[in-house]
Design a protein around this ligand. Structure first.
Ligand code: PEP
Length: 247
């Protein structure tokens, strides 16, 4: 059985001092986790976090990558640059990128491609808005978002991590019920199975107000292979408790 993966998404939070305190707090309480753990940190702190995480068994992640390989794209960061800092995972298509930065399904698919080409595992985020859920379009939306990534990445699709993050649950304190989450995860697993014989080895994470109180129940679902954790990853005790739920 594959180990669960718990990835923290710090979003645009942190400082040199706060990052160090958070990582030292995590390391002090971590012990030997049953699952894998990754921290997706703001790009400017990659070097700092790479140094703090060296030799700890925790993996370093980024929050975004350019869809371009290199060149005149001012302000962008390439997959090869991330790789230079020991980045193992990169969030791709987070709903905040789709919503505030206009990232289309096609752009998200290209970003996944760039990450994979540089040996970085993209954590591809999909999820429906509240209006889409209320209109009965949840499956249609997540299937469309995943289809673009499958189409662009071909057989390499077995190398991604997928994260189901209902947009209405992100940062709102409203978590999908275990049934709602498992149902969508099963749909995504079936779509992956149609695309690759390796679908069972792909991690499908749940994200959206996962916290110390609800993590164990969500992580016990058959198609939930880990969590993508925003707010609760910024507090060492909360994140440690989620990590401990990943057995
Ligand atoms: C996220 O940012 O991916 C996320 C799931 O945030 P939160 O846990 O705060 O809802």
């Amino acid at each position: 059985m594959k180990k669960k993966l718990i990835a923290g998404n710090w979003k645009m939070n942190g400082s040199l001092a706060a990052n160090e305190a958070l990582i030292r707090g995590l390391l002090a309480g971590l012990g030997t986790p049953a699952g894998q753990v990754a921290l997706c940190v703001p790009a400017v702190y990659l070097a700092q976090c790479q140094a703090l995480l060296a030799g700890t068994g925790l993996d370093l992640g980024a929050q975004n990558v350019s869809e371009h390989e290199a060149g005149a794209y001012t302000g962008e960061i390439s997959a090869a640059m991330l790789r230079d800092f020991g980045v193992r995972y990169c969030l791709v298509g987070h709903s905040e990128r789709r919503q505030y930065h206009g990232e289309s399904d096609g752009v998200v698919a290209l970003k996944a491609l760039r990450a994979l080409a540089s040996g970085i595992t993209p954590i591809v985020c999909v999820g429906e808005t509240l209006a889409e859920r209320e209109a009965g379009k949840t499956e249609e939306v997540v299937r469309r978002q995943l289809a673009a990534v499958i189409h662009a990445n071909g057989h390499c699709i077995s190398e991604i991590v997928l994260a189901y993050e209902p947009v209405w649950a992100i940062g709102t304190g409203k978590t999908a019920s275990t049934e709602q989450a498992q149902q969508v995860h099963a749909v995504l697993r079936a779509q992956l199975k149609a695309a690759t014989a390796q679908a069972d080895r792909i991690h499908i994470l749940y994200g959206g107000s996962m916290n110390a109180a609800n993590a164990a129940q969500l992580l016990a679902q058959p198609d939930i292979d880990g969590g993508l954790v925003g707010g609760a990853s910024l507090k060492a005790p909360d994140f440690l408790s989620i990590i401990a739920s990943a057995v």
